[in-house]
Design a protein around this ligand. Structure first.
Ligand code: F0G
Length: 459
């Protein structure tokens, strides 16, 4: 019998959420053109669209907000945050930015020095891939093949296939590789962690071929907790010690602080020792993000983040966090629903291709299931599949994603096991009538990032 930990916090403030009737939800969905991104949030009872910026801050963070120093230059809050990041990473240089993609926008073009270079990653997150391509480079994913077999257990499905990585370095030539990016945890394949052992091997490759190693570490603390739980050599290490060793293996840390920073907005760049890169990044930060001691954040945002980063590494919090996701994953799996197994750190990924084999990829089985789960219980999830992937830029054909996921992302410190029971029941009843689900066609499709604004009809 699996066990799940109780929350290491109690509730001090609540936010009302409203249950709606099925009839009301049908009307809401119709008005949203069958696209859950177009719903007003009051139409949603339990919102699992994303774990990004949707978590609850602690009393200590709300208290810290009042201490924000809003000076344009040299804010006290900047120095406080810089010192916390230094303590966690050991890196010398720090620049705040408004969120993760701001960090990508500042740094990636500086590494892609010539057009046509490559970034190799276990798996690029969408915005990272977009910034790689905007910088005139190509994105190559080399995650281990076990990651694609959802039913078989592997403790570190986020690992890089190091042989494939080295083959790519050699075939594209080391001087053409702009950087190696380890996404930790690997969001796109189910919030799956990377082992310290794997990171060590990737770091050895990066050093051998003199390629900068970046950690896209939006969920680095969750990754460190998985390492503690699953990597034999690390069971007795403290989480911050594991995190420090992760950073010891890399050169640059790009952080979307909206996840493991436990804040609603924010991000940063940390650089180990490359002063020239730091200077160049500061120069790019000014026009795109803001003066380098605020980078698009208010002083109070930096205060809340300084506290959130430390809370985000606390073991009781992390254990419960991972347990909540595992709880939902186990409930669904026990009911026979195909999910990425084992559970990831921030979300449960349901394989809708397997649930709805009768809906072709270009009729978006993931979206069909997501919409039905909303109608069932007011639970908003997100499609991560062919709808999100879009079209081939040249042929304009729909691209087929290897997975048609419904992602159920769990915001941090926000919902209880009771909420997750409602979610599980909703997914199970949709699963029971899966054969009746219908695919969707576009009424309106924007040329880029179509999933955000698409208007869709049932076939
Ligand atoms: N890297 C990873 C691994 C991410 O998951 C995200 C965002 C980013 C970078 C970009 O950060 O949103 O602060 O600009 N992921 C969100 C999600 C959007 O829903 O998974 P951002």
């Amino acid at each position: 019998m699996e066990t799940f930990s109780a929350p290491p916090y109690r509730i001090k403030m609540v936010e009302a959420i409203k249950q709606t009737t099925r009839k009301e939800r049908e009307e809401y969905l119709r008005k949203a053109y069958n696209n859950l991104f177009l719903l007003p949030s009051e139409a949603v009872y339990i919102d699992l669209l994303t774990d990004s910026g949707t978590g609850a801050m602690s009393d200590a963070q709300w208290g810290a907000l009042m201490q924000g120093d809003e000076a344009y230059a040299g804010s006290r809050s900047f120095y406080r945050l810089r010192d916390v990041v230094h303590k966690i990473t050991g890196y010398h240089y720090f620049i705040p930015v408004h969120q993760g993609r701001g960090a990508e926008h500042v740094v990636l073009p500086l590494l892609a020095k010539r057009p046509g270079m490559y970034f190799i990653s276990n798996m690029h997150f969408d915005t990272t891939r977009a910034h790689v391509e905007l910088a005139g480079a190509h994105a190559i994913d080399c995650v281990i093949p076990e990651c694609r077999d959802i039913h078989t257990y592997h403790p570190f499905k986020g690992n890089m296939d190091t042989a494939a990585c080295e083959e790519n370095i050699l075939s594209k030539k080391p001087e053409n590789i702009a950087g190696i990016i380890m996404t930790m945890t690997n969001n796109s394949a189910g919030g799956q962690p990377v082992s310290l052992e794997n990171l060590r091997s990737v770091s050895a490759l990066a050093k051998k071929y003199r390629i900068p190693l970046l950690i896209d570490g939006a969920r680095y603390a969750e990754n460190a907790c998985f390492i503690k739980q699953r990597e034999a050599a690390c069971h007795s290490m403290a989480i911050p010690e594991i995190a420090r060793e992760m950073f010891d293996h890399a050169d640059i840390f790009l952080m979307s602080a909206k996840k493991d920073g436990l804040v609603n907005i924010g991000g940063f760049i940390a650089i180990r020792e490359d002063e020239a890169l730091f200077r160049a990044a500061q120069v790019r930060t000014v026009p795109y993000e803001g003066f380098p001691t605020y980078g698009g954040l208010a002083g109070r945002d930096m205060e809340a983040l300084a506290v959130g980063l430390e809370e985000g590494l606390e073991e009781p919090f992390l254990v419960h966090r991972l347990d909540q996701v595992r709880y939902l994953c186990t409930s669904l799996r026990d009911a026979g629903i195909p999910v990425q197994y084992p559970a990831g750190g921030h979300a449960v990924f349901v394989d809708c291709k397997e649930i709805c084999p009768h809906i072709p990829f270009d009729r978006f089985p993931g979206q069909a299931v997501c919409n039905e789960v909303y109608l069932e219980a007011g639970v908003r999830t997100v499609e991560v599949g062919s709808l999100l992937l879009g079209r081939d830029p040249e042929t304009r054909e729909n691209l087929q994603s290897p997975f048609e996921w419904m992602r159920l992302s769990i915001p941090r410190r926000t919902y209880t096991y009771a909420h997750l029971d409602i979610v599980a029941r909703a997914v199970c009843s949709v699963y029971e009538r899966r054969h009746a689900l219908k695919g969707l066609v576009f009424e309106y499709e924007s040329p880029v990032l179509r999933h955000f604004t698409a208007r869709m009809n049932y076939e």
